[in-house]
Design a protein around this ligand. Structure first.
Ligand SMILES: *Cc1c(COP(=O)(O)O)cnc(C)c1O
Length: 338
């Protein structure tokens, strides 16, 4: 399953979905009905699992009418799905979401058993999959195997109950890359599809980043010693400086916390962000680099021998690459390079 929620982690799900299908994905994962409908609108035909809760439950009709596979995480939801499918004269496949320790959405292990016991009374739904989500696959093997064990036990119970051809799935990117035991019938990578390398000290899996975030130098000035840059004068030059202005700011997804902190690549060099990040622009120090207006700027990606990864960019803002990607706002054009 290619997880393309949040517009493909900000990359553009419309373009990525056909590529995922072509590359062999049998499912696409999205977070909401709206995201699923958006993919149906661009003619994506493959199974789409809506990973989040459907609310209100009457919206199950929307899912069924567009062939989106919903999750069920309570008996009440199963009943409403069954009634909805009956009314629409359909048999509705669904995936049961079980909470093995994430503490977000999912029926408890005991709840899952009693739900499945009662499921036989419902004639218009079909248990296509059962899944759960790891809380700490990237950081904590013990917790991960504890969750996995619970899920394996449930799988045994479900098979003893006579359910056939059920797809069991649990692995996110970290579990997929670290723990083959978690692979089961289907894996659900998100972040690794976008080429964020995995490292945990010892082990590492190097992946090729999908996204490069580019800008251009739009203004250049020489600043004498003592020149203040940007709001509130938090940066004052201590040497004769050349300062470039880039048309990208926090409204585009450069966090304001990168003020006087992050860097960009110009002419293959790291150029520090100086002064406050503003809504629409940032300034960087390009002293001695013979930069011209119009020169290419890399915010995330490679230039010459230098690279700023999404992980490093995220780290400057004390966050993770996921949030950085999702934070690149809609006004930044996405250009697909084949
Ligand atoms: C987001 C998500 C994934 C993908 O997680 P990554 O860490 O990006 O691989 C998988 N499953 C569920 C239920 C998710 O919400």
């Amino acid at each position: 399953m290619a997880v393309l929620k949040a517009d493909g982690y900000g990359h553009g799900a419309d373009e990525l979905a056909p590529l995922a299908v072509k590359a062999g994905a049998s499912f696409i994962g999205v977070s909401s009905l709206e995201e699923g409908l958006a993919l149906r609108a661009v003619k994506i035909k493959c199974p789409i699992l809506v990973l989040g809760s459907i609310f209100p439950l009457s919206n199950y009709a929307v899912a069924l009418n567009s062939g989106l596979t919903p999750i069920v995480a309570s008996w009440e939801a199963a009943k409403v799905l069954d009634q909805t499918a009956k009314r629409l004269k359909k048999k509705a496949p669904f995936h049961l979401k079980v909470d093995t320790g994430m503490g977000r959405i999912g029926v408890s292990l005991r709840g899952a058993q009693s739900l499945l016991d009662r499921l036989k009374k419902l004639n218009h739904v079909r248990l296509e999959g059962v899944f759960s989500h790891f809380s700490s696959a990237d950081t904590d093997p013990n917790t991960t195997f504890d969750q996995l064990k619970k899920f394996y036990n449930l799988r045994q119970v479900i098979s003893d109950m006579g359910f056939k051809d059920v797809i069991f799935h649990m692995a996110n990117s970290a579990a997929l890359l670290r723990f083959p035991e978690t692979h089961l019938n289907l894996v659900r990578p998100g972040i690794s599809l976008y080429g964020v390398s995995y490292t945990d000290g010892g082990k590492s899996v190097k992946l090729a980043p999908v996204l490069t975030w580019r800008s251009k130098v739009v203004f250049l000035k020489k600043a004498s010693i003592g020149t203040s840059i940007s709001y509130n004068r938090t940066f004052v030059t201590t040497r004769e400086s050349e300062i470039a202005t880039l048309p990208v700011g926090y409204a585009d997804g450069v966090p304001r916390s990168l003020s006087n902190k992050g860097a960009v690549l110009i002419k293959g060099h790291r150029c520090p962000i100086v002064g406050r990040v503003t809504m629409d622009q940032i300034m960087v120090d390009v002293t001695g680099l013979s930069v011209d207006v119009g020169d290419d700027v890399i915010l995330i990606g490679k230039q010459g021998d230098e690279e700023i990864t999404a992980a490093e960019f995220a780290d400057w803002a004390h966050t993770i690459a996921y949030e950085t990607f999702c934070g690149i706002s809609k006004r930044v054009p996405r250009v697909m390079v084949k």
